[in-house]
Design a protein around this ligand. Sequence first.
Ligand code: AGP
Length: 606
Amino acid sequence: MCGIVGYIGNGEASQIIINSLKKLEYRGYDSAGIALIDDNGNTALYKEEGEISNLELILPAITSHIGIGHTRWATHGKPITKNAHPHSSGNISLVHNGIIENYMELKEELVLEGYEFSSDTDTEVLAHLVKKYYTGDLHTALRTALGYVHGSYALAVLSKDHPDELIAARKDSPLIIGMGDHENFIASDIPAVLEYTKRVIYIDNFELVSVKQDSIQVFDLEGNHKKKEEHIIEWDPEAAEKAGYSHFMLKEIHEQTNSIHETMLGRLHELEGDVIFDELGLSRAQISQIQRIEIIACGTSYNAGLLGKYLFEKLAGIHTDVDSASEFRYSSPVITPGTLVMAITQSGETADTLAAVHEATYYECKTLAITNVVGSTISRDASSTIYTRAGPEIGVAASKSFTSQVVVLYLLAILFARVRYTMDADKAQQLQSELRKIPGHVRQILENERSIQKCALKFAKTNDYFFIGRNINYPIALEGALKLKEISYIHAEGYAAGELKHGPLALITKDVPVVAIAPQGHTYDKILSNIKEVKARDASVIAIADMDDTEIKKYVDAVLPIPKTDEILSPILSSVVVQLLAYYTALELNCSIDKPRNLAKSVTVE
Ligand code: AGP
């Protein structure tokens, strides 16, 4: 997730902007840049790949009192200097956090009109659009440009024709204004300004802000004035990085209302029931000819892959196998050129997954990476790459990166099914419209967080936990168990519920809580039987079930409800519940949640 900063005031702009950008480092970034208007009225622009310290090395001493800065977390275009922000057109420079969904068509039009592009980013179209509509009034130019843009943005704009003003705007990406004494700030998040001021204004969607040294004015997109409330921030700097949450993991669980939306942005075309993945690198003919899919991944990404198997087989009729990358690399895989090898890895750096991709490449088949990190090693090694766009994840336990991986798999399954004529447009449209509701459903689950916490507290002192599910819910049983053991250190097993009687039932006693993933669907009666099976052994059962399910309450000790959705999409919602259950159990046990013992975020060794 990019970080944006703007400063205007009596202070030394370059130092303040660099300092503020450093406070946004926790958001993750791969390059940084700054644009300043110096005291002679000239614009100075510097950008550099890698750490902010690299940018500092090339930044000369400039006396300036107005500027904008950016840390980039790449979504379009590699993490290299030319793609770093600010982007400029004429006298206008801007920094952007978000995704311009329709940038390709806008770019084509701008190129035809003679605009030259020097980056591969979606953001550069914005700079040219503002320039195109500029006739002396920067506000009107920005408002007009934004009228042509689909997607999300938080922006800070600087022009040497207006050296006493910065303009900011927001839609679906975070933006705040910090109010100081004869100085004001624009930022993506509060930590950036906390050293200078505790007075902030939260900017809402479709608001445009004029930021001058001694004034802040907020407008709607029609140019009407808006009154805004000022807030005093009492957080310490560490709490501010976590936006007031006690852990990054909890913050990241909450961010799923937005990250899932970002994953889908620009990829769903409900009218035709189609899915667009420009980066897929497979023609319709190649998709039709896929004979088998082989998914390779580790840990949570493996669990996402298992869910993918159900989707590709059920929706698109493509036989799919899922292997742990660490096993695959030493096996004797039967891979033909008709096999599509899919490697799922949030970090893009997992050593076993990279080795498995190298192994697959040997068989001359197509390799498709699904990763969260633009420019990661896997994106260079695989034939093509789809980015999950979950934003950086700091907590070692994967949460938002998992749901975004899963959403990419849903979209791919719909795409493959449409191309292979195993799904008609009506069904695709219906699934897509249900998918669009998922962020709202996640919000509803988060509103019920306290009851999940209560349930976690009740069972936190146990030594063992079981998670059971059937069919498409089985991967969530595995993921629930993995999440719980990873951060709470409680032994947990994830099982296909039908397998219980083949051994593990011997372990079920009154001291073993069992989480049953049980939304309504074609295996609902079967999981109810499994619930009765474990209840007969005196186990306590926590059911993750549909909100309107009154039947299940009769058989279980607690119900953690999820909103009603298409049966096939319910695993996304159940996964948020198991994340919260693991989180609150670990919290109760006072565990090191963001950095569990013995584990690393990126497993770069075998
Ligand atoms: C997830 O909570 C774990 N931290 C771990 O299982 C992780 O998913 C695994 O190491 C794979 O990582 P990757 O997605 O970066 O390849």
